[in-house]
Design a protein around this ligand. Sequence first.
Ligand code: PBG
Length: 336
Amino acid sequence: MRPISAPTPQSRFRRLRASPALRSLVQENTLTVSDLIWPVFVRDGEGVSEPVLSMPGVNRLSVDNVVKAAQQAADWGIPAICLFPYTDASLKTKGCEESWNPDNLTNRAIRAIKAAVPQIAVMTDVALDPYNADGHDGLVRDGIILNDESVQALVKMALVQAEAGADILGPSDMMDGRIGAMRSALEAHGHSNVAIMSYSAKYASAFYGPFRDAVGASGALKGDKKTYQMNPANGDEAMRLIERDLREGADMVMVKPGMPYLDICRRAKEMFGAPTFAYQVSGEYAMIMAAAANGWIDGDKAMLESLMAFKRAGCDGVLTYFAPRVAQLLGGAALA
Ligand code: PBG
């Protein structure tokens, strides 16, 4: 594309900004509720809705309340909900066995949602950190995060999630070879329609802090995740990871975090044309909420602007904790 513009006054860009009608006529991108995936935190118990202090407005919900949230989300037109478990410390082991327990918190929540609200797509997180006494996304031996052993565990975890009725698996672990291994296992076990959204370009980021509090992983984690998550300085590597994951059988790819990595979203969409998503992570959410709470920015406007930016960058959709708020503001309409 080579945009042409005449000099002023032949061209005056303000002509097409002069009224809401003209502005909407030439608007290039739209944001709607159907672009959103809502991440929710699940915990044990009944009737529980427990605030996550570092994420104002976000709660950890017991399974019965997660079902209610899913019903509400479906009524709002949110197409998918993504489950993250807050696992009791007593269930965390070095072997992460709870991760492939068919009756673990996530799998119970999947079954309950699918029984009550079958029309909403349920996405999961495939990574060992919620179940790991070491707090890492993979198995740890002598301080080393093991790759191939972790992949075997992740495949077991993916299969029980598919068995429970998950529609989309979200491997967020960043081990090498996990997408191919999961795809083969899904095919071999009759789950050929279960989709994989790979966290392909997941960076070792400071913006995950509030999430680790929300799932109770901050305490267990020793060290950082830099031997498996990406260096924020790298962009070409993200393209190689995305290509690799698509070849291994990912149906959709994700860039994470979101707003500081919009260049990666744009490059990924242009290079591969695959369904491309961004995860507006907990720290991004917390920053907007904190500034808004101080009266320093208009929270709703900053939220909608940040989400529109993902669409402009080429994303097909966004995982965002703001999903319910966006649904309340936009309803079935598109943002103008
Ligand atoms: C871990 C996982 C993380 C997030 C999603 N899955 C955190 C991490 O990698 O430490 C972050 C989400 C967020 O910050 O909102 N498998």
